[in-house]
Ligand binder design. Structure first.
Ligand code: OGA
Ligand code: NI
Length: 362
């Protein structure tokens, strides 16, 4: 039986346990051990017209193409909170090297990985499993091992395997530049002054986090979940995976599978972008489901404003909309409180920030 959470104060989401790997690696295990038990209907629809943005048009010199791409980006962020980025220019060989290094990390002896066991929400390196609480106050463990690193403005990374540090550094630098271009484009679409944006979000000190999710094969994929429905904290999350499907996004009250072309990057709008744009961009609800056939690895980079930035709706948008729809909060605090907000179906952090009685004149 999954444990019942008696006093929430004593509940810790962090766990470091070999059970998941052992359970998953052993072919004799035919059912999900009870600590991972979470009933979920992972059925989802297929959509062959998910928004796709051509990055080369966004940064290229052709003003007509750029303006079309900026418009497409703004529409995708408003209507889906999600898009597939193609022609992004990130070398496939770098992504492959990153997957190789991350796989090596997860194959290290447990004793080696244990030194990175997460103990508190603010640890810059966290490794292990994660517990959440369901609606009947039962805690269960996610069917996923993870490694989460704070990489900017201060760079943190395990020393083993040797290749890891260099590839993480190179990849996250490139992604940071890419994310910044996306932010500039969305702000252009919303007619926000670029210097105002740079100053308010302080993007030079962008708080950037890379997380690798390792989802082993699961004997009963409807009885466990990789990551339950949630929204991401930052401005834009950029996600790549090992070619195994598993990401689902919510749109119009329905779940959709995300099937993406090889070498594309999946971009998820996060809470800070919804807040900053006063609700114009939608922080999309998404989840990761598991499967029986193949292990899945996703590498996710959360690109935020500076940790010091107090993010609320941009002043000109508040004026235009006739009121602020969200409270402001320091980003660093937002990130850390997300770790203590571990209830499935509970009120999300974003919902807690919403101002429901805002007098919005539209
Ligand atoms: C996440 C996430 C989805 C995936 O790490 O926040 O939503 O496909 N991951 O792994
Ligand atoms: Ni996510």
């Amino acid at each position: 039986m999954a444990s019942v959470v008696e006093a929430c104060d004593s509940f810790t989401p962090f766990e470091f346990d070999t059970t998941l790997k052992v359970a998953a690696d052993s072919s004799s295990v035919k059912s999900v051990p009870s600590k991972f038990n979470f009933s979920n209907d992972r059925s989802a629809l297929t959509c062959d017209s998910l928004p796709t943005i051509d990055f080369s048009a966004l940064v290229g010199g052709n003003p007509h193409q750029r303006s079309k791409a900026v418009h497409g980006l703004a529409t995708a962020c408003r209507e889906w909170g999600f898009f597939i980025l193609v022609n992004h220019g990130v070398a496939e060989s770098l992504m492959e090297a990153l997957f190789r290094a991350m796989k090596e990390f997860f194959s290290l002896p447990e004793s080696e990985k244990k030194q990175y066991e997460a103990k508190s929400a603010s640890d810059p390196i966290k490794c292990g499993n994660f517990n959440v609480v369901d609606t009947s106050n039962r805690s269960f463990t996610l069917w996923r091992d993870y490694l989460r690193l704070y990489v900017h403005p201060n760079f943190h990374c395990p020393h083993q395997p040797q290749l890891l540090r260099d590839v993480v550094l190179e990849y996250t630098q490139i992604i940071r530049k890419l994310a910044r271009k996306l932010i500039e484009a969305i702000c252009e679409a919303l007619e926000l002054n670029q210097s105002y944006v740079d100053e308010t979000l302080n993007m030079d000190s962008s708080f950037q986090i890379i997380a690798t999710n390792y989802y082993p094969r699961c004997p009963q994929p409807n009885e466990a979940i990789g990551i339950p429905p949630h929204t991401d904290v930052g401005l834009f999350t950029l996600l790549i995976h090992n070619g195994v499907a598993g990401l689902q996004i919510e749109h119009g009250g329905k779940w959709f599978n995300v099937d993406s072309p090889q070498n594309s990057i999946l971009v998820i709008v996060g809470d800070q972008l919804e807040i900053f744009t006063n609700g114009s961009c939608k922080s999309v609800k998404h989840r990761a489901v598991v499967n029986e056939e193949r292990e899945r690895i996703s590498i996710v980079v959360a690109n935020g404003p500076s940790g010091e930035a107090v993010v609320g709706p941009a002043a000109t948008l508040v004026e235009k909309d006739g009121g602020a729809k969200y409270n402001a909060m320091k980003y660093e605090e937002y990130v850390e409180s997300q770790f203590t907000n571990t209830r499935v179906d509970g009120k999300s952090l974003l919902e807690q920030q919403m101002i429901f009685n805002a007098k919005v004149i539209k």
